[in-house]
Every structure is written in structure tokens, then in C-alpha cells.
Design a protein around this ligand. Structure first.
Ligand code: GL7
Length: 811
């Protein structure tokens, strides 16, 4: 900085509106190349983004200098997904520049809110797992962990969803169609990444692997400013580039297409995010993506370490690596390979160093969701790594035997011709964590039972959290303003301070103002909901939302069956004073997940029928706005009254939408699953609507031979709803359309929808009644906000830092 004569501003936020306005004008002209009269909204947005980014760069350098000066332990978060969303408003708020930015843009005749909405979502993730990574990045900067996120710079993020006659249609997403103003390309930070080829004799010795194909991983860095810009970490995303842009010889022969082939093949690796959520894709390209970003990251980590340290044995003191799910689990074999083949360490020494650095977060117990790679495929794409995996497995078998465990206890890494990536990650990690208390206990008791017996200290819990910056301060201006008046703004960096609201739950005047903030959010939402889903949202209506990926275990179908039954009940008893509801569904299904897509179509068909029925007008409406994403969540969550968290108990590892909604004053209707259990423990039984089978009861019911037909027979409401779907009541043009759903419900019902239906219905009617006592409802809502501070991702990151990474926090 000094070399180029820049003065370092002491405070990132210290910029006046006038100064900012000038900087925006300069960027418009000199960075975008456009004058004010010709500038489009996107030009202004880019100009403001660059002006804001300028405020982040110096604190970014300063953070790096502080980390280096103190030789702090670094934490590397490896994740296939970062579901970031928009960055402009978030950066502005973190730097405390909201009023300056508004005023500066108003002075230029540009509406700040319109600029914010113009930014495309960075949707480099599918759902909870990717969004958690984004919240963790924010919190690592907020609490001052020397953290760095590593991932893939996909050209195309999660697909855009639209509905064609109610069916989900997918379109490619194009977030990089316009310049992405937050990143810096780092062509010098690049590594060649090999695939395929052969392993020479004496694998594990120097230079044993001869890859057949090589691509270049090039880094793109995005600064991640923490609260008040005090600390700025980095998100480093890798993009795949060819080793040679094109084959000149082929070109000269006139083979123009062939000349470009190597580039096309290489760039395919970072082209597109796999759109699967909780179910892996066992495809070669996916494996290559996983190795590509993991190998580049590990090399980068080693290079940074070796610039300052000589002794590789010190690596675990200076480096903690967190594997977000098994996607980067090849990190273990890769690190060992680099230590053995390129640095000459013995295998066991290398293994111990790797295990000292690596930690693995498990995010799901669904058996079909645990990654397994055919050994044949792994051997073809990464022949050297397969040999290392075999050596790790052999060492693990020796440890098992020494501990007196039977050799067939199901904990082998290799078996049935497959490599079990969860087992590999477990064996190569110092700590393994679950993401809620219940999930962690189930990990210990079920999927990782054998490994837990062998390494009883290894599995620990770190319940998920969400960043209060985006998920309260950013998305809920009316409530933020009320909190500011009532308890100040200390909660933004210390969410436990929300507890100061507890006594205010009994203050009628405060409750009035709290209810007014919720109403303001609904009023804000209404025009958008009308436009997106043709729904009229009156502020007195109970707004009931289920927003998450479509998966059978999440049971959107249970919610829909209850909707149909409620519609029937309202038609049958029009004289009853029903509690008016708008039910909102939001979410995408994996393009290849037929059942989930059929459920989406069913929701749209039911929505049309119900919304067109004058008999329930003003009482029941169903809205399904297309293309649910982070920005849509930011609109819906502050307005929601009721949060649907109704997964089959034992199957939702944690959930994070449940936390966001409770934190914004929605009451939860939910099963005792994932973090719902901990939400109940905190907000109190009387401020949450729990129903249904517990995880233990689900297991027992299944063991006894669950038969849904008996549940359907015992519930006339359910029977009627199922029969209507079966007979084409919602699909008169094609009565058989939903046959697969009906057959599954009546015959198998893997996720126990029918078993939980009556309990869910009863709970929903209790909710109808509770809504009528608005003082009591609002009191519960206030207590939800007040007692959900613990679900901050700052708390989670402090937990990881202390109990897993052994790393310092600055604040
Ligand atoms: C998930 C879990 O399903 C979800 O419950 C959890 O909150 C999230 C973050 O830990 O991880 N696991 C998973 O594979 N996906 C998730 O969202 C896609």
C-alpha cells in the first residue's frame, strides 16, 4: 500500500456520502466506461459495488498483515458449495455505509433499493449445506478467525426454475453474464491438476503418478468483510482453464473444432454446479470437480505454510482444514500424496500430519446420500489416490484389530467394489461433527456406530447457526428498527443480547409495535406475492410458509394433504369462522428427481383449484412463487407467521431455515427433528407447535412393519384427500397424473406421511385457534426472537474454533 502512496483510512466505514458519490461517478466513467446519461441500472450498480469494494480492500490487507504478524493458525473451509446470494447490500451494511450509500445514490438520481435488487444471486449451492458455508464465511470474519473458504467458481450456478403448466422447468443460470464486481482474478495463483494416467512401480515414491490429462486451476478471490469491516477474510474460488488454449497444429490443419477441444474439455470441470441436494451424483465429472478444487486448495495451503515454516510436522499447529461434507474427502489422500511423493515423508508420518489437520462435517444420515465411488472409477480418474486409500484402509484395519474390533464390523473404507467417502473422511479426520444434537447422537448410534466405538472422542456436535447480519439485520428493516430502539444494536455482533427482549414480551405496547413490524413486512411482501403467484395477502391473514428444497423426507406432501383436507372442511362447513391462511410453498427439485417434481405439479394443481374456488375466497389460498433462492428467502422470512419444519423425525440433520424463521418471529409447526429439538428447548414448549412421531418411534414403526393403509382408513379426512388426488379432482385433464404419489402413499409411504397426518391436522387446528388470540401469539413470537440468539452462526464458529480447530478468535 505504502509503495503506491495510498493512505490507509483508519476506519473502513469513514466515508461521507459526498465522497462516496464522487467515487461512484469515477468508477462509472473509468471502470465501467460509461457516462451518467447513458448509464443503465446495472452500470450504476457496478459503479457503486466497486466504490464499496474499495472500502474493503485496505482492511483486507490489514487483516492479512495481522494474521501473518501473529503467525495465527489458519482455518480452511473446503466446500463444493457456497450459496451466497447478493453481496452489495450485505457489504454496505457490514461497513455501516447504508445511509451514505442511499444518500450518494439519491444525489445521483438513482434508487438504492432498485440497485440492490438488480444484483443477480450468486447461487453456487443447492440448499442448506451451501448456505451454511456462506453463513460460516460471514461469521469467521465477524468473530475474527483467520479463515479462508475454498470452492469452485461455477460458470453456472443452480438452475433457474419456472413453471410450465405447473411442471418445473429448468433453465441455465447465468450469474456471470455481467461482470462480477466483488472478485479479483489471480492468474498467478494457479496449479496444474492432473487426472487419469498411470502409477509407476513403487507407488508412493517420488514422481510415481503420471497423469494423462492436466487442467489449470486459477484462483478468484472475493474479500469477505465482517461486521463493521474490522476483519476481512477471503473466499477463493477455483476456475478450470486449459493448459493450452488451443492446439495450433490442429488449427493449421484446418481442424478448427478439434483445435478448441482441449479448452472445452478442461473448462467443463468448473462449468456447472450439480443440482443435487442430499443425493449425490456418481458421475465422473462430479468426481473430477471434487478432486479439482480439493487438490488446488491443498496445494495452496501447503505453499502458504511452506513460505513461512520449514518443519512439516508443525502443519497441524498452523493449519486446520474443515471438510464440508464428503465432497472434499479426497483431501486426505491428496495431502498424504504430496507429503510422501513430493516431500519424501514416510506414509505413517504423512498420515499423522494429515489427520492432525483434517476435520469432517457430516450433513446427512440418509443412506442414499452418503457418497460412494466405484473403486474402478476412482482408480481410473485418480489411480495414485486409490492406492493411498488402500493403504489408509489397511492402516485403519490394523488399528481396529489392535483395539480388538471384529474385522467385519462394517467400518472398512473399501467394500463391495466401492470407496465409502464418509468412512474415508472419518478415518482421516481428527474430529467429525454432526450439525445438531439429535443428528450427532444418531451418527454415533447408527451410521458411524462402529467407527464411534473405535474412536469415541472423535465425533462432536456443532449445531448449525445462521448469520444475524443477513438473516435479521439485513432482511428485516422494520424489526431491526424496533430492536434498535428497544435494546440498541449490540445484538448484531452478539445475538445472545436478544434475551433482553424477554421481559418486553409481557409489555402490551411493545407487542403492538412488534406486531406492527410483522404487518409492515407483510404489506411489503403483498404486491410481490400478487405478481409472482396471483395471491392477495391481507395483513390479518396467517402467512404459513414451507420454503426449502423439494425432497420426500421434508414432506411438502404432508402440508399439501392438510391443505386439501382444510379446503374440504371449509367447503363442508362454510358457516364456521375459519382462520384465514395463505400457504406459501417455495423450493426446487433436482431435475432428475421425478417424485419431487410430481409433487411440485400437484401443489400447482391444488393451488389452481383452491385459489379459483369462491367457496374459500379470503380464507384459504396457496402460493407457489417460482425460483426460490436466497433473495426470495430474504423477502418471505420476515413476513412469515408460521414456519413449516415437518420432516420425518430422524432425517433432517439440522435445518437452518427453521432458525431463520424463528429468529424473525415466526412460530414453528414441526416434528422433533434436527435443530427443531433445540429450538423447542430454547423457546419453550408453549411457544412452538410440536407434533408427530419421534425419531425412535419412527424407527420402531418401521421395524414393526409400517402399513399406511391403516392410517388412511383411520382418518376420513386423509382418506378423502388421497381419494380426490387419485380420482383426478385436481387434474381433470389427466386423472391418472398423480398415480405414483397415491400408490406410494397407500402402499409404502417411506416417510410416514400418513402416520403423522392426524397429529399434524390437530396441531394445525390448534394453530388456527392460537392465531385468534393475537396478544398471546405475538407474545410467543417475541419470545421466539428473544430466545433464538443462540442460533447465530457466530456461536457455531466460536464452537468450531474452540472445540475443533483449536484456533483463536479476535473478537
Ligand atoms: C443438509 C441437511 O439436509 C440440512 O438438514 C442441514 O441443515 C444442512 C446444513 O448442515 O445440510 N445436508 C445436505 O446434504 N444438504 C443439506 O442441506 C443438502
Amino acid at each position: 500500500m505504502d509503495e503506491v502512496g495510498l493512505t490507509v483510512p483508519p476506519d473502513a466505514g469513514a466515508v461521507s456520502a459526498a465522497e462516496l458519490r464522487e467515487r461512484v461517478g469515477q468508477h462509472l466513467v473509468f471502470s465501467i466506461g460509461r457516462g451518467a446519461t447513458a448509464a443503465r441500472l446495472a452500470d450504476w450498480r457496478l459503479a457503486l459495488s466497486y466504490a464499496i469494494r474499495d472500502r474493503i480492500v485496505v482492511p483486507w490487507f490489514q487483516t492479512a498483515e495481522r494474521i501473518n504478524a501473529a503467525d495465527r493458525k489458519r482455518v480452511y473451509y473446503l466446500s463444493m458449495e457456497f450459496l451466497i446470494g447478493r453481496l452489495l447490500d450485505d457489504a454496505v451494511a457490514n461497513l455501516g455505509l447504508e445511509s451514505a450509500a442511499r444518500e450518494a445514490m439519491a444525489g445521483l438520481g438513482v434508487d438504492y433499493d432498485a440497485l440492490v435488487r438488480d444484483e443477480p444471486d450468486a447461487a453456487l449451492g443447492n440448499g442448506g449445506l451451501g448456505r451454511l458455508a456462506a453463513c460460516f464465511l460471514d461469521s469467521m470474519s465477524a468473530v475474527g478467525v483467520a479463515g479462508l473458504g475454498y470452492g469452485i467458481r461455477y460458470d453456472h450456478g443452480l438452475f433457474r426454475q419456472s413453471f410450465e403448466a405447473g411442471w418445473q422447468a429448468e433453465e441455465a443460470e447465468d450469474w456471470l453474464a455481467q461482470p462480477h464486481p466483488w472478485e479479483f482474478e489471480r492468474p498467478e495463483a494457479s496449479f496444474p491438476i492432473g487426472f487419469g494416467g498411470s502409477v509407476g512401480p513403487g507407488a508412493g515414491d517420488a514422481g510415481a503418478w503420471h497423469p494423462a490429462e492436466t487442467v489449470i486451476a486459477v484462483a478468484y478471490d472475493t474479500p469477505v468483510p465482517g461486521w463493521q469491516g474490522r476483519w476481512v477474510n477471503t473466499l477463493r474460488l477455483w476456475s478450470a482453464k486449459p493448459t493450452r488454449e488451443f492446439e495450433l497444429q490442429a488449427f493449421n490443419r484446418g481442424d478448427f473444432l478439434g483445435a478448441a477441444t482441449p479448452a472445452v474439455l478442461a473448462e467443463t470441470i468448473s462449468r456447472v454446479l450439480y443440482p443435487d441436494d442430499s443425493t449425490p451424483q456418481g458421475r465422473e465429472l462430479r468426481l473430477k470437480q471434487e478432486y479439482f478444487f480439493t487438490a488446488a486448495s491443498i496445494r495452496d495451503i501447503l505453499q502458504r505454510f511452506e513460505r513461512r515454516h520449514g518443519d512439516l510436522a508443525a502443519l497441524p499447529d498452523k493449519v486446520a482444514i474443515q471438510l464440508n461434507d464428503t465432497h472434499p474427502a479426497i483431501a486426505g489422500p491428496e495431502l498424504i500424496r504430496l507429503l510422501v511423493d513430493e516431500r519424501g515423508l514416510a506414509f505413517d508420518a504423512a498420515f499423522d500430519i494429515a489427520r492432525g489437520c483434517l476435520h469432517y462435517t457430516n450433513h446427512t444420515l440418509l443412506p442414499e446420500a452418503l457418497e460412494r465411488w466405484p473403486a474402478e472409477l476412482l482408480g481410473r480418474v485418480l489411480p495414485c489416490h486409490l492406492e493411498i486409500v488402500e493403504r489408509i484402509d489397511a492402516r485403519h484395519a490394523r488399528e481396529s484389530a489392535a483395539a480388538g474390533r471384529p474385522s467385519d464390523d462394517g467400518t472398512a473404507i473399501l467394500g463391495d467394489g466401492e470407496v465409502r467417502m464418509g468412512t474415508l473422511a472419518f478415518v482421516a479426520a481428527r474430529r467429525v461433527n454432526g450439525v445438531s444434537a439429535l443428528h450427532t447422537r444418531l451418527m454415533q448410534e447408527t451410521v458411524f456406530g462402529g467407527l464411534h466405538a473405535l474412536h469415541p472422542e472423535r465425533i462432536v456436535n456443532q449445531t448449525n447457526g445462521v448469520t444475524p447480519r443477513r438473516w435479521l439485520h439485513g432482511c428485516n428493516p422494520p424489526l431491526r428498527a424496533l430492536l434498535q430502539e428497544a435494546i440498541g444494536d449490540g445484538w448484531v455482533a452478539d445475538l445472545d443480547r436478544l434475551e433482553a427482549l424477554v421481559p418486553l414480551a409481557d409489555d402490551a405496547a411493545f407487542r403492538e409495535r412488534f406486531a406492527a413490524a410483522k404487518r409492515a413486512n407483510k404489506v411489503r411482501l403483498a404486491p410481490w406475492l400478487a405478481e409472482q403467484a396471483g395471491i392477495e395477502l391481507a395483513p390479518e391473514t396467517l402467512l404459513d410458509v414451507q420454503i426449502k428444497r423439494f425432497h420426500e423426507y421434508k414432506r411438502q406432501l404432508l402440508n399439501l394433504l392438510e391443505t386439501v383436507a382444510l379446503w374440504n372442511a371449509m367447503r363442508q362447513a362454510p358457516e364456521v369462522d375459519w382462520t384465514p391462511r395463505v400457504k406459501v410453498f417455495g423450493g426446487k427439485a433436482a431435475p432428475g428427481y421425478r417424485m419431487a417434481k410430481l409433487i411440485i405439479k400437484l401443489i400447482n394443481d391444488v393451488a389452481r383449484t383452491v385459489n379459483d374456488d369462491p367457496a374459500v375466497r379470503g380464507r384459504l389460498q396457496v402460493a407457489f412463487p417460482p425460483n426460490y433462492n436466497v433473495s426470495m428467502a430474504e423477502r418471505l422470512i420476515p413476513a412469515a407467521d408460521l414456519s413449516e419444519q415437518i420432516s420425518t423425525a430422524g432425517l433432517e440433520a439440522s435445518g437452518t431455515g427453521n432458525m431463520k424463521l424463528a429468529l424473525n418471529g415466526a412460530l414453528t409447526v414441526g416434528t422433533l427433528d434436527g435443530a427443531n429439538v433445540e429450538i423447542r428447548d430454547r423457546v419453550g414448549e408453549e411457544n412452538i407447535f410440536i407434533f408427530g412421531l419421534t425419531a425412535e418411534e419412527v424407527a420402531r414403526r418401521r421395524a414393526e412393519g409400517y402399513a399406511p393403509a391403516a392410517c388412511i382408513a383411520a382418518s376420513p379426512r386423509l382418506a378423502e384427500a388421497v381419494e380426490q388426488i387419485a380420482s383426478g379432482r385436481f387434474s381433470p385433464d389427466e386423472p391418472e397424473r398423480f398415480r405414483a404419489i397415491v400408490e406410494d402413499l397407500r402402499g409404502h409411504d417411506r416417510f410416514l406421511v400418513c402416520a403423522d397426518f392426524e397429529a399434524y391436522w390437530q396441531r394445525q387446528r390448534a394453530i388456527d385457534a392460537a392465531w385468534r388470540d393475537r396478544a398471546a401469539w405475538t407474545r410467543s413470537a417475541v419470545l421466539n426472537v428473544a430466545r433464538c440468539g443462540w442460533f447465530s452462526s457466530d456461536r457455531a464458529i466460536r464452537g468450531y474454533a474452540k472445540e475443533i480447530w483449536n484456533a483463536e478468535t479476535e473478537f
